[in-house]
Design a protein around this ligand. Structure first.
Ligand SMILES: Nc1ncnc2c1ncn2[C@@H]1O[C@H](COP(=O)(O)OP(=O)(O)OP(=O)(O)O)[C@@H](O)[C@H]1O
Length: 656
């Protein structure tokens, strides 16, 4: 049943118990409701705003009537007398602004309440009696700019995901019963954060210091940051007893007994409290872990055993996936089936070819159909094996019913661009065509994690072939093959630096685990150009370009960072050693940069070269040229390195 705008507004009015302020809401033939109090229309006469503040209104709000106002974008019931639980505003999916400040609404707001209200920019729920946790769906509203929850009875912690709202400029949480640590708000845009008058505890993160003391006021448990109250080292006020000063002789022996028994009681109490806190922590950590696992339930991968390269001292053991090696046993990955774990799965495999724009949460979007199209159901049915667990996430091999082997890379922390930006980037990747570049086939987008699906490259990565597998593939790494790999990597880098010339880091993550080898040992570069996608706070942990000396020293990144990474790969191939630079603690492997520099300074180049490479005069000459290029590319000062074009030109000039 569809109503005219006028009919819908009258139905709304009828649901209020006190509507004297709406006296002029009466139908007059030939007149428009756009003239009624509080009704705002577009030039074309479409109702787009209802601003019904301070009208003494009470009763119910007929949401069904409001759904008939198709152009409605802003709704305000501020300063009225509505009570009860929050009305079903969630059915008004196109709203950009919702304001119900200063009423008597109460009760918990369901966690998913805002899940379908993706257009919201302003949410004003302040000065009511809402209780329970801050609804998590609020923190997923990507356009949200103003969020006012102050003066309610919200409790629990500030959701961590609130810090990821890029457009948020106003956040008001004061006068609630929120507790726990303040999450790390890194967004530059958050200009009007106000956390004053709560019961927040613990140290203020450094990042928040620039907001000034005012916004933290009235939270007794907070310390550090811009507050004058220092934190005594401990992040939260310590519940454990501090060593008490030496006991003074007490004038009354009886009282002393009593006070020492009180002290014992207190100590016991504190210990019991400590144990309870520990137990709670364990429960919370377990719960969080389980939630993480559930995030991957869309592929039903929760029980797969992951195996990761192990590094012990200087010896670096690199395990090989069972499909790459016959030596199974301790190094084998556990085969499992990518089965559907929940009813969340999408319908049929044809969905694989859908365009990204209107894609639902559970679809696989093809960006490159060179291997045909497939969907999530095909992946769910595939036999799967864990390949490894890198900084960006974990990788799985899946063999689908039609025989196609793919790698599913499960990535977290990639919400920098939002869904549309991510889609555009994936489509761009899907169009890339170069022999030395891995072009993805499809992707799956969810806010919590993304899956990127690519061809499975049978020999696996250079890392495995060089340091892990001691079988045929390794013994085939004779000099002409190694030279071919270095030159192929250079060609791939040349392509990326042209294609993504505008990026600071056209690759950003070049290292031997991201160089795959096809059956002819032609290298194929993987995991490139991710920098714009990765949450800024995680880039430094996940991308190898952030391990360069200039980043460590002064947080600099540039295309010269890729030159450094290329240099490491060259030195790794020539020496056959695992570079300690790949490890975050620098323990294990060999510092190839340092070793090459010192040996070259003393004309001891020969001892740098992998003894497994058989040489003749010609190949020795080529190796020395490349050693020099590798050393130049890994100079610690970026301006002393050749630029990428120059480095590539020199690499390709080495005659095979
Ligand atoms: N398309 C592929 N074909 C074959 N093997 C692959 C493919 N992609 C990844 N692998 C293998 O899976 C392993 C783990 O890959 P993953 O990309 O998760 O980790 P990583 O490369 O070590 O780290 P990062 O996440 O930083 O790139 C790699 O070392 C490689 O051997």
């Amino acid at each position: 049943l569809s109503l005219s705008q006028e009919e819908a507004l009258l139905k709304l009015k009828a649901s209020f118990t006190n509507s004297t302020a709406l006296a002029n809401w009466v139908p007059i033939p030939g007149s428009s409701p756009c003239k009624w109090a509080g009704v705002y229309c577009t030039k074309g006469g479409i109702v787009q705003g209802l601003h019904l503040q301070k009208m003494g209104l009470s009763g119910t709000i007929n949401i069904e009537a409001l759904t008939q106002l198709k152009g409605l974008r802003a709704l305000s019931f501020d300063d009225n007398n509505f009570a009860g639980s929050i009305p079903d505003f969630h059915t008004l999916g196109a709203l950009k602004s919702l304001a119900i400040t200063n009423n008597n609404f109460s009760g918990e707001i369901p966690k998913d309440f805002f899940a379908e209200m993706n257009s919201l920019k302003k949410v004003y729920l302040s000065k009511n009696k809402f209780s329970g946790k801050i609804p998590e769906s609020l923190t997923k509203l990507k356009y949200l700019m103003e969020l006012h929850l102050e003066n309610n009875q919200f409790s629990g912690a500030i959701p961590e995901s609130l810090t990821e709202l890029k457009n948020l400029t106003q956040l008001h949480l004061e006068n609630n019963q929120i507790s726990g640590a303040i999450p790390d708000f890194k967004e530059e845009s958050l200009k009007d954060l106000d956390l004053s008058n709560n019961k927040l505890k613990g140290a203020i993160p450094d990042d928040m210091s620039r907001y000034g003391p005012k916004i933290f006021a009235g939270n007794e448990g907070l310390c550090g940051g811009p507050l004058k109250k220092p934190c005594d080292n401990a992040p939260t006020p310590s519940p454990s007893p501090s060593p008490s000063p030496p006991e003074q002789p007490k004038p009354h022996a009886g009282k002393t007994d009593q006070s020492s028994s009180n002290t014992i009681k207190m100590v016991v109490g504190v210990i019991v409290a400590g144990v309870v806190v520990m137990l709670l922590l364990v429960i919370i950590i377990r719960y969080k872990r389980r939630r993480r696992e559930e995030n991957f339930s869309v592929l039903g991968k929760e029980n797969m055993e992951e195996h990761v390269p192990q590094h012990h001292g200087e010896v670096v053991e690199v395990h090989v996936p069972s499909s790459n090696s016959r030596s199974v046993g301790s190094t084998s990955a556990q085969a499992a089936t990518l089965r559907s774990a929940s009813s969340k799965k999408s319908g049929d495999s044809k969905k694989g070819s859908h365009s990204g724009k209107n894609a639902g949460n559970n679809e696989l979007l093809m960006v490159n159909d060179q291997r045909g199209t497939f969907g999530l159901p095909d992946l769910m049915k595939a036999a799967a094996e864990v390949l490894g667990n890198g900084g960006l996430g974990s990788a799985y091999k899946a063999v689908m019913g039609n025989g196609l082997s793919v790698v599913v890379k499960r990535m977290r922390d990639m919400n920098r661009l939002g869904r549309d930006g991510f889609d555009a980037e994936m489509r761009r990747f899907g169009r890339l065509r170069h022999r030395n570049i891995l072009t993805p086939l499809a992707y799956h987008y969810r806010r919590e994690e993304k899956l990127l699906i690519s061809d499975y490259i049978p020999k696996g990565s250079l890392l495995y072939v060089l340091h892990g597998d001691r079988g045929t593939s390794h013994s085939e790494l004779i000099w002409p093959t190694r030279l071919r790999i270095i030159q192929g990597v250079a060609k791939g880098m040349k392509f990326l630096h042209t294609e993504f010339a505008a990026y600071d880091l056209p690759h950003g993550n070049l290292k031997s685990s991201n160089i795959l080898l096809d059956k002819d040992y032609e290298p194929i570069l993987n995991d490139y150009a991710f920098h714009p996608l990765i949450n800024p706070s995680n880039a430094a942990q996940t991308m190898f370009a952030f391990k360069t000396p200039e980043y460590i020293e002064s947080q600099q990144i540039s295309p010269k960072s890729d030159v450094y990474c290329l240099g490491i790969v060259i030195l790794e191939i020539l020496t056959g050693k695992f570079p300690s630079q790949y490890l975050s603690n620098g323990k294990g492997g060999i510092d190839v940069v340092q070793w090459v520099q010192s040996a070259m300074a003393e004309q001891r180049e020969q001892e740098l070269l992998d003894p497994e490479i058989e040489t003749n005069t010609e190949s020795a000459n080529q190796m020395l040229q490349l050693l020099q290029i590798g050393a130049d590319c890994t100079e610690s000062k970026p301006d002393r390195r050749p630029d990428i074009r120059e480095a590539i030109r020199r690499i390709l000039e080495v005659q095979a």
